[in-house]
Write a protein that binds this ligand. Sequence first.
Ligand code: ADP
Length: 260
Amino acid sequence: ERARWNTLVAEQELKEYAEELEISNQKLEDASQLKDRFLSIASHELKTPITTIRGQAQLALRRLSKQEHEVNVEDMRLSLERINGQTERLTTLIEELLDVSSIRTGKMALHKRKLDINEICQRVVDDQHLLTERLIELTVPNQATFVSVDRDRIEQVLVNLISNAVKYSPEGCPVQVTVKRTMRKVLIGVRDHGQGIAQDQLDKVFDTFYRTPDAEASAKKGLGLGLSISKDIVMRHDGRIWCESLPGQGSIFFVELPQK
Ligand code: ADP
């Protein structure tokens, strides 16, 4: 009887050990896949702007060194404009890549303060309106809505949602930002009238590096990191982020934060 028990226990333990190994192997494999993806996307996406910057800088220098010709100011301006545009693109890419790695390693420090979310939304909406020249309508409650947030990080989430709404909807389509409060929570909605997102992709868009087939097929550039970074930031604020969409009619991204 005793020997039988011992064998049973040993067998069970062996099975559990094998299961645990399996799980940690799977985790390792996932991490390694993510790393490969990270490197290939990063190197590919970083190369394109650098090629343009180098090409335009060399072109401008060649033009300047041909001293027998007068330097054409318009040519110089065009080169500098392209260099400037690509530098901005590179900055965004690098910031996103650094954010993902600092979130992964738990190094994203938050500095929370009690702030009026209406005012934060107003600032981001004004900036995005100037930058994108798109109509962005903001509706906020009459009274100040205080939440405990890291201003820079919450602004980053709003910028991401609003710039996506602009990016993934046709030119001239307005974007609506709404702030509502309940007894204990604040709900922010960012609505667009773009192509929308299919039902089976509503959760996936928050995954690291995920882009919908529509976005991949379009000329719209991106790494598929903005929403996964936003999700991490919102979760670090004990909030929730999700998306509702009617394909062909548009999407609404919601952020819910506790009023503390
Ligand atoms: P990126 O825009 O850089 O690709 P994001 O993480 O911000 O990355 O978004 C992930 C994907 O979710 C996008 O590639 C796009 O497919 C989809 N998406 C995000 N916002 C919208 C939107 N407002 N309308 C339609 N699709 C969207």
